[in-house]
Ligand binder design. Structure first.
Ligand code: ATP
Length: 283
């Protein structure tokens, strides 16, 4: 049986890390949303060969156990004592190592697909619990809809759907290493966010005020190394974005606009110096 799942990119409307756990990993306090910029993950099972194979149309992604999609198939197969082979084809549209959670979303898509193919009957909550063993963004990506995410990434409170807004998603030719940025965080210098205000606005459907509380405390950390990320963000705001922020640890910056024509205008203006630019709706 063969199933194709859409694996959307995630954006951090808000990102804070209140502290580091004793093992050194960050505690998260994030509001996340998904965007209609997606990979397509096709999963097929078969009796022979009883191996996991990953194929991608991106030349520089690993296709062995380092691929998060491979890990998702491996974990579900072992947990439920399945012996079939699994073949995964990933059509990659989300920029890689961009702060858009592309690998995590591919892994979540494999979990959803195999749950369906093997008729495991797992709820999204149960899949999200399994997902945490892969990476911190995978539980959110199992749902891929507006949510408040805390803890290691496993505590997920779904928030009501919002009116359709547009996002301009722009990635410059910069490679940011997430582990390196996380190591650089000086917790005594972070100015923490009040995500509760943001969440209240989103629960009230008050997007106009919600925008005022969106922020990413890691912007100063990444932007001190890559000042061009700040320049791109400032440019998007000066071109009329409702708000613009870095996603995750960067380097991608997204701008939110209440209409498509404004989003297209921003895209046209920045595409001269930033070639990887997408105008999409928020999901
Ligand atoms: P994170 O913030 O979790 O690092 P990201 O959005 O910045 O995520 P990804 O596109 O998920 O970045 O890629 C991060 C790393 O994960 C890359 O080094 C890449 O080689 C590896 N990776 C493993 N599997 C995948 C996949 N299916 N798609 C993209 N990257 C993958």
């Amino acid at each position: 049986m063969r199933v194709t799942e859409k694996a959307p990119a995630k954006l951090n409307l808000s990102l804070d890390t209140p502290m580091r756990y004793i093992d050194g990993s960050p505690q998260w306090d994030m509001v996340m949303i998904s965007a209609d910029l997606a990979d397509y993950v096709t999963v097929e099972t078969h009796e022979h060969p009883a191996t996991i194979k990953v194929y991608t149309d991106s030349g520089f992604l690993p296709n062995d156990q380092r691929n998060l999609a491979y890990q998702a198939a491996h974990i579900l197969r072992s947990r439920f004592h399945r012996h079939e082979g699994v073949t995964i084809h990933i059509q990659k549209n989300i920029p890689v190592a961009a702060g858009l959670g592309g690998g995590s979303s591919d892994a979540a898509a494999v979990l959803r697909a195999l749950n369906n193919i093997w008729e495991l009957g797992l709820s999204l909550k149960e899949l999200a619990e399994i997902a945490l063993t892969i990476d911190s963004d995978v539980p959110y990506c199992v749902y891929s809809r507006l949510a408040h995410v805390t803890g290691h990434g496993e505590k997920i409170e779904l928030l009501p759907d919002q009116p359709h807004y547009w996002a301009v998603i722009a990635k410059q030719q910069i490679s940011v290493s997430t582990p390196q940025i996380l190591r650089q965080i000086d917790y005594t210098r972070l100015s923490h966010l009040d995500n509760q205000h943001l969440i209240e606005c989103l629960k009230d459907g008050d997007w106009k005020h919600a925008i005022e509380y969106m922020d990413n405390v890691l912007e100063p950390v990444t932007m001190s190394v890559y000042p061009e990320i700040k320049r791109l963000k400032d440019k998007m705001v000066s071109l009329g974005a409702d708000v613009a922020h870095m996603s995750g640890t960067g380097p991608t910056v997204f701008a939110i606009c209440h209409n498509e024509s404004r989003a297209k205008r921003i895209q046209n203006s920045i595409s001269g110096f930033c070639r990887d630019v997408h105008v999409v709706t928020l999901l």
